[in-house]
Design a protein around this ligand. Structure first.
Ligand code: HEC
Length: 149
């Protein structure tokens, strides 16, 4: 029993994220400010306007704006289902085995990228992490999303 408890304690220490709920406010927002805001912040256009002038914005290193909880969910759950996951995935779930093109933004080293990807994964929910598009996803799959505020 003692050994079991010790084992659990060690596991919890090694994976603090498992022990607590991952929320937008506590975990994702600071990470987003650090890694994503400079290109997806309030100086960026919303997706509709971004797409009208995509080349201009991309040349200026601007992606679509996603600077609130609701705006980030837009790219995870609906209507741009799976965009966040397709872009951040490390290649383990992509069709061609290549990482999504925002994966590199998650950190300078592979270790940092994996740690931050893990936070995004846990936020969406390990069970819910899917690269499916709006037309492919089922209601059951959408209902698995955690994405706590
Ligand atoms: C250096 C600038 C830059 C940084 C930093 C950056 N992005 Fe992007 N992002 C872009 C640009 C430009 C596009 C649009 C071009 C494209 O589709 O690849 C984009 C596109 C995206 C899209 C696709 C949106 C759509 O059209 O559906 C998502 C999702 C995304 N980024 C998420 C992130 C996340 C999350 C981070 C932080 C971990 C991040 N990006 C960091 C520049 C950036």
């Amino acid at each position: 029993m003692k050994k079991l408890l010790l084992g659990c304690a060690l596991m919890a220490a090694a994976m603090p994220a498992l022990a607590e709920e991952i929320t937008y406010r506590k975990h994702i927002r600071p990470l987003w400010e650090d890694k994503c805001e400079r290109c997806h912040g309030s100086n960026s256009p919303y997706l509709g306007a971004f797409e009208e002038n995509k080349k201009m914005y991309v040349d200026d290193d601007k992606g679509p704006r996603m600077d609130s909880y609701a705006d980030l969910l837009f790219f995870a759950a609906w209507p741009d289902t799976g965009a966040l996951m397709r872009r951040l995935d490390d290649g383990k779930n992509t069709k061609d085995g290549q990482p999504g093109n925002m994966h590199k933004q998650l950190g300078k080293s592979e270790e940092e990228r994996q740690a931050n990807l893990r936070l995004f994964r846990l936020w969406i929910g390990e069970e819910a992490w899917t690269l499916k598009r709006p037309k492919e996803i089922t209601k059951e799959e959408l209902l698995k999303f955690k994405a706590a505020y």
